[in-house]
Design a protein around this ligand. Structure first.
Ligand code: AMP
Ligand code: MG
Length: 315
């Protein structure tokens, strides 16, 4: 018999770590007020200590425990996008553990849009929850991905495949103009349309420390080498898994090693990390991805390109 959510919540309250589903990817949860439990998260993931964690809450009352003040633009953003895949960076309260914020004076918070995650947080209290993978590997979108990295002894709340499959948008509200530190499912355009708030993409200057420490580490990499396809490259190598999103003339149906998304970028986002991990299981040494046309208007492309660029640069 599967343990109940109360059992998992009890484990978390006692300082254990538990992997749980969100709408983006599976998170490796630990109580946000327990330094030993948070230490276990860093240790398990082999995560660099200066890469801060996102706190997951299920109510505004919980949020208030972590932040000095809630700016007006944050209230509007939360109204429109919470629960959902938008992480907001606030000035933190002093009592927030330095372990969470990597020594910064800010804290990243989101309310996940997943009934099981919300119920778990209601029962266990606020949770830090980085993606439940070894640092550098593709984020887990299925329970099996978590077991791939951490084995069977880590408790995983199994709710099947995550709906979005890409990590949350991270938006810094502590600068004059709100800055997107990591693109995600919630795009600048969606933010402008639904709230009238204008946001910019953060530019990382090589001679300055990045505002989001996580961006300097390699990410999302399977064992197979990920690369962009060359223009007009035929999809013929037997050691290569091809991910194609546009219709390429003369190429039609998906086959075992040629996956077509037919312009469905939401599906591509949902399945990207799953294909990365499948490529390893099935023994491919390369993953070649069709480049996006610069004039393609789909808003999710910037996010997909961000994740794929990182996966390619890690080789
Ligand atoms: P992950 O939980 O693995 O999806 O990664 C969390 C992301 O949020 C990383 O890119 C972190 O650098 C970023 N992040 C977390 N807290 C902060 C913060 N206080 N300021 C800036 N970025 C943050
Ligand atoms: Mg991660």
């Amino acid at each position: 018999m599967k343990p109940s959510l109360d059992t998992y919540a009890e484990l978390l309250k006692q300082g254990s770590i538990v992997a749980f589903p969100t709408e983006t990817v599976y998170g490796l949860g630990a109580s946000a007020w327990n330094p030993l439990a948070i230490g276990r998260v860093f240790e398990t993931k082999k995560r660099p200590a200066d890469n801060p964690l996102i706190v997951h809450v299920s109510s505004i009352a919980m949020l208030n425990e972590f932040v000095e003040e809630i700016p007006d633009n944050a209230r509007l953003l939360m109204q429109k996008f919470w629960p959902g895949p938008l992480t907001l960076i606030f000035k933190k309260k002093k009592k927030v553990l330095d372990l969470i914020s990597g020594g910064l004076d800010t804290v990243a918070i989101r309310m996940p849009n997943h009934p099981v995650a919300l119920r778990l947080i209601d029962l266990a209290g606020p949770l830090v929850a980085p993606s439940a993978n070894t640092s550098g590997r593709p984020s887990p979108t299925r329970p099996d991905h978590v077991r791939d990295d951490f084995g069977n002894s880590l408790p995983v709340i199994d709710c099947g495949h995550c709906e979005i499959g890409l990590e949350s948008t991270v938006l810094d509200l502590t600068s004059d103009v709100p800055e997107i530190l990591r693109p995600g499912f919630i795009t600048p355009n969606a933010i402008a349309q639904q709230t009238g708030i204008h946001v910019i993409m953060a530019v990382h200057k090589p001679d300055e420390a990045p505002k989001s420490p996580g961006v300097k580490y390699s990410h999302y990499s399977p064992d197979a080498a990920v690369r962009w396809m060359n223009t007009d490259e035929p999809a013929v190598n037997r050691d290569t898994l091809y991910l194609l999103h546009d219709n390429i003339p003369g190429v039609g149906q998906s086959t075992a090693r040629m996956i077509h998304f037919y312009g469905d970028y939401r599906r591509m986002g949902r399945e990207l990390y799953d294909w990365f991990r499948k490529a390893d299981h099935e023994g491919y040494s390369n993953i070649a991805i069709e480049p996006f046309n610069t004039d393609n208007p789909d808003e999710l492309i910037a996010t997909l390109k961000n994740r794929i660029d990182k996966a390619t640069s890690a080789q």
